[in-house]
Structure formats: C-alpha cells, structure tokens
Ligand binder design. Structure first.
Ligand code: FES
Ligand code: FES
Length: 164
C-alpha cells in the first residue's frame, strides 16, 4: 500500500510504486478529469500539481509522489462552484473538444499561484509545454489572462490588457 495525498485527502493505493500517477488517478481513484493524451510526456493533457508545480502525471511514478500534495482539476473547483480559472475558460469558450483543457487549467494554476500578475509573455512561455490539437491556443491564453486580471482586480490592482 502506498499513501498518497490527493486534493487534500489521504488515500491508500494498492499499486506498484512504478505505476504512473495518471493511471492511479483515472483507474483507482476515478478522477477522470486528468486526461491520457500521448503517455510520453509530450502533450500535457495529464498535467497535475505536485507540490504546487505542474507535472506530467503520465511520467511520474507514484513511488516518487508518496505524501507530496497532489491537486487535480477536480480540486480547483466544481460544476456548481467553478474556480477562477475554470470560470475564465468558460467565459472565453476556450474549449473545442475539451480534451486538453483540464491540463491547461492545472498548468495555468501553477503559474498564477507563483505569479498572480504574469505578463502576456510569461503566460505564453509557461503554457508552451501543453498542446491543443484543436488549435484554441489563443482563447486559452485569453482565459489565463482573464483569470489573472480577475485575481488582480480582487486584490484592488489595475486590470491588464487582454492577450491577443
Ligand atoms: S499524456 Fe502525459 S504528456 Fe501527454
Ligand atoms: S480543445 Fe481540443 S485538444 Fe484542446
């Protein structure tokens, strides 16, 4: 048994330590928001937060994760109460097929926790590892910009220019 910390809860998982975190999330814990894309660390569809950093869970064995806090898209809000990024992605209609979106939101979350006021260039740089086969990248960038602006506005700081 390996104890893992998912979205604030500790769970014991009966799996080999070399099992990719993605498989445990989807198959054992039924947290299906995180997607299997390439399985090779090349698309970012499987992105989750480990210790606040975006990682590709298809490449991360659970033996390495152990008790380090893991957050998935399910931990960032719900249908009834979307998180700031989730609401921004809805507002910008950033999804086409939607397959990449959970990974995009998780990766953006890591940025906004580290830098709540990122420049447009910083957003582009940070989001670059995650791919969208539908090509909605510009709407995705606008959604991250919108979320950052919303956080800044809540802090009483000035709005920023939207990403192109
Ligand atoms: S499924 Fe993990 S990077 Fe593509
Ligand atoms: S919306 Fe389809 S892969 Fe991104």
């Amino acid at each position: 048994m390996i104890e893992l910390n998912f979205n604030g809860s500790t769970v014991a998982v009966d799996a080999d330590p070399t099992t990719p975190l993605l498989y445990v999330l989807r198959d054992d814990l039924k947290l299906n928001g995180t997607k299997f894309g390439c399985g090779l660390g090349q698309c970012g569809a499987c992105s989750v937060l480990v210790d606040g950093r975006a990682v590709m869970s298809c490449l991360m064995p659970i033996g390495i994760v152990q008790q380090r806090p893991v957050r998935t898209v399910e931990g960032l809000g719900s249908t009834d109460k979307p998180g700031v990024l989730q609401q921004a992605f809805i507002d910008e209609q950033a999804a086409q097929c939607g397959y990449c979106i959970a990974g995009m939101i998780v990766r953006a979350q890591a940025l906004l926790e580290r830098d709540p006021r990122p420049s447009d260039a910083a957003i582009r740089r940070h989001m670059a590892p995650n791919l969208c086969r539908c090509g909605t990248h510009l709407r995705i960038l606008r959604a991250v910009r919108r979320a950052a602006d919303r956080i800044s506005a809540a802090d009483g700081t000035a709005q920023r220019t939207p990403a192109p």
